[in-house]
Design a protein around this ligand. Structure first.
Ligand SMILES: Nc1nc2c(ncn2[C@@H]2O[C@H](COP(=O)(O)OP(=O)(O)O)[C@@H](O)[C@H]2O)c(=O)[nH]1
Ligand SMILES: [Mg+2]
Length: 216
């Protein structure tokens, strides 16, 4: 049996301060890195390309979920067997990648969801409560996840409802795929989250929560 191609998809918005180190770390564990630059106004795309990532740049900001949609489509075209999503801001630690990927490599899981030590926002606690009830997942909003490509191909899309990166795991659960959780480390971000200030970020998460409950 041949080696399974592993591709990391990194959504990034104005992450020029951290992206170089993030790519260098992730590169050690995956075959390719696809970075979706969502109309960054800084050097994110240039640096990512220099570091060897395949970079797609949106002309206008299309958001986190749409960016990962594009990343998955490209990963499928490039023959990925496993896709990993990872943040570009340095909050995730690349040393956690083997722990996230190994359950899929050893066929013990179809999807692996990272579990952060704490939630950053009030709305995340509500979302996590729903995730626990619906799919027994403690941290559905964690951006660090791995998927066997068969799951994505079976379902046919990553996200259609701006679910902050969660629709595929809920669909996977519905179809009976095996989902495993792994504790991950979480570093502090020294500047503003790109997801928005407190109120905006909480609002986006609440909207995603209703979308999953009504249409997910
Ligand atoms: N492509 C894209 N990436 C985004 C967007 N907003 C945030 N990100 C990226 O998604 C990751 C997580 O975002 P972040 O703001 O750190 O969320 P937090 O960790 O929940 O505070 C980072 O790599 C961001 O650069 C967006 O609108 N588009
Ligand atoms: Mg972050």
């Amino acid at each position: 049996m041949g080696k399974q191609k592993i591709i990391a998809v990194i959504p990034a918005l104005n992450e020029e301060k951290t992206i170089s180190e993030v790519i260098r770390g992730v590169k050690k564990y995956v075959d390719e890195i696809i970075l979706i630059d969502d109309a960054s106004i800084d050097k994110t795309a240039i640096i990512a390309r220099e570091e060897g990532a395949v970079v797609f740049s949106h002309k206008q900001n299309q958001g986190y979920a749409k960016s990962i949609n594009d990343g998955f489509a490209s990963a499928a075209e490039r023959g990925a067997k496993i896709v990993l999503t990872f943040d570009g801001d340095g909050q995730h630690n690349a040393e956690d990648i083997p722990g996230i990927i190994n359950p899929i490599l050893s066929k013990k899981a179809d999807v692996v969801v990272g579990k952060r030590p704490y939630h950053a926002r009030v709305a995340e606690y509500l979302f996590a409560f729903m995730g626990k009830i619906k799919a027994n997942i403690d941290d559905p909003l964690c951006g660090f996840k791995a998927y066997h490509m068969d799951v994505y191909k079976d379902i046919g899309y990553f996200d259609r409802i701006s679910s902050v990166g969660t629709q595929l795991i809920f669909n996977a659960k519905k179809r009976g795929y095996r989902i495993v959780q792994k504790d991950i480390m979480l570093s502090k971000r020294n500047d503003m989250p790109r997801f928005g200030k407190k109120f905006i970020a909480n609002w986006k998460i609440l909207k995603a929560l209703f979308q999953i409950l009504c249409r997910g």
